[in-house]
Design a protein around this ligand. Structure first.
Ligand SMILES: C[S@@+](CC[C@H](N)C(=O)[O-])C[C@H]1O[C@@H](n2cnc3c(N)ncnc32)[C@H](O)[C@@H]1O
Length: 227
């Protein structure tokens, strides 16, 4: 996605009380960063932050990490959070991080309870599929810091990505405990709409959604933060 450069984005983020400039320094210590004993959820590729702002406002007893590569997106997420959640600084952290190197900022001790992946780029060409945020290369990283029974909630408009992701989750030892090819019709209540979801819904596209559960029995993976 093309996004216009915003020279004010970085300074505005750096003055924000819930922006983390060096997330890798908190690896293994995210619970201490919040200091409230609440479960930890994260959104990968939060974009403009409509979803995380709604979820944070609805769930003050959950801590949230919102991650994107681009400061131009994160600064809009910051503004969304400030508008919707008066308590954001107590239980939300925003950060810039390449998700393909997510283990640089999360360790098994961080025990993430839930990951949200919403409308990640579909990377349809065979040679690019390894960049998908649901590719086995990624799922094996997430397993390292997802707690036993932890969940991944995944939404997309893309049929091919959804179908192949179902296979990826199976290959990596996740159990699919919920899936629908038409989220609006399914009546599933728990997932706030994202900016892309609203756009694709207006275009008449059906939203695909699944919940995958990490089954740690008999599945072992190892990664070092440098990989
Ligand atoms: C299509 S947008 C979706 C945004 C939002 N989740 C939504 O549903 O409206 C995908 C977002 O993921 C981010 N993203 C994609 N790959 C990433 C990566 N490897 N690391 C960090 N962010 C990434 C992009 O910068 C972009 O903001």
């Amino acid at each position: 996605m093309r996004i216009r450069h915003k020279p004010w984005a970085r300074p505005e983020l750096e003055s924000c009380s819930f922006y983390v400039a060096s997330p890798s320094e908190l690896r293994g210590r995210w619970a201490d960063e919040f200091g409230n004993g609440q479960p930890l959820h994260m959104e990968l590729g939060c974009g403009k932050g409509g979803f995380i702002a709604d979820m944070a406002a609805q769930h003050p007893a959950v801590n949230f990490l919102a991650i994107d590569l681009k400061s131009e997106m994160l600064v809009l997420a910051k503004r969304n959070l400030e508008a919707k959640d008066a308590h954001a600084s107590a239980h939300v952290r925003l950060m810039s991080q390449d998700i393909e190197r997510i283990v640089q900022m999360l360790a098994p001790e961080d025990k993430i309870e839930r990951i949200y992946i919403n409308f990640c780029p579909p990377w349809p060409k065979e040679r690019d599929k390894k960049h998908r945020l649901t590719h086995p290369r990624q799922l094996n990283q997430y397993r390292l810091f997802l707690q036993e029974g932890g969940e991944i909630w995944f939404k997309t408009d893309d049929d091919g990505l959804f179908e192949e992701s179902l296979r990826y989750f199976d290959q990596c030892g996740f159990e699919i405990c919920y899936q629908t090819w038409d989220l609006a019709k399914s009546g599933f209540p728990g997932s706030a709409p994202t900016e892309h979801e609203e756009m694709f819904t207006r275009m008449g596209k059906k939203i695909k959604f699944l919940i995958a559960v990490a089954d740690h029995t008999g599945h072992s993976v190892s990664f070092s933060p440098a990989e």
